[in-house]
Design a protein around this ligand. Structure first.
Ligand SMILES: C[S@@+](CC[C@H](N)C(=O)[O-])C[C@H]1O[C@@H](n2cnc3c(N)ncnc32)[C@H](O)[C@@H]1O
Length: 190
């Protein structure tokens, strides 16, 4: 099993977690637009809208080709993305998420009004003993239509692309409305 992430800190954390759980994972610092694995694999996962962190709309084709190269024939690519509707309806609001020792406040909207990129500012409060440390993060995501997604996958050698609306997987979370988020399963031609 291999893990790929652009951030050295995320790679370090992933290695530590794998060690803790005695999971055999080789974590590679790389860019999803041009990564290479030491061998071909049966499944590539890109979850929690990681794909949408690429800076440009055209980057989708590079990711699709890279994933196709990493897969054995008949292998699958599973990923999820936020859609344009999420940037329109969900991101402009304020989100408050509270878990033991962590509070997250998010405020979002558009980077550009033509519907290509959304943005959100995340403020993290992380408990450290009796104090709370505050951290800021700015996140931008690209929006593709389902048709653009299917075209990019087919051009990269995937012969079957299935799309599932994410709403039923979020157990009635009112923030995830139909059409806002999609899971994709693409099969590389055998
Ligand atoms: C929303 S997180 C998802 C992390 C992980 N998949 C999970 O479910 O916990 C997005 C991740 O994408 C990584 N990332 C952003 N741009 C990337 C790129 N071009 N290539 C590889 N990783 C990237 C970030 O460093 C971050 O760890």
């Amino acid at each position: 099993m291999y893990g790929v992430d652009l951030s050295p800190i995320m790679c370090r954390l992933a290695r530590a977690k794998a060690r803790q759980r005695r999971a055999s994972v080789q974590v590679i610092r790389g860019d999803m637009r041009d990564f290479r694995l030491p061998e071909r694999v049966d499944l590539v996962l890109c979850e929690f809208d990681a794909l949408k962190h690429v800076p440009r709309k055209e980057d989708l084709a590079r990711v699709a080709h890279g994933v196709s190269r990493a897969l054995r024939p008949g292998g699958h690519f599973f990923f999820d993305v936020n859609n344009r509707l999420a940037f329109q309806k969900v991101w402009p609001g304020v989100w408050w998420i509270e878990k033991p020792g962590v509070v997250l406040v998010m405020r979002g909207g558009w980077v550009d009004r033509d519907g290509v990129r959304g943005q959100t500012d995340a403020e993290w409060f992380v408990r450290e003993g009796n104090l709370w440390r505050r951290r800021r993060e700015h996140i931008e995501q690209v929006a593709w239509t389902t048709a653009e997604m299917r075209r990019a996958m087919r051009e990269a050698g995937f012969d079957r692309v299935r799309a599932f609306d994410a709403t039923p997987f979020f157990n009635g979370d009112p923030r995830i409305e139909p059409g806002c988020r999609t899971f994709y399963l693409a099969r590389k031609a055998g």
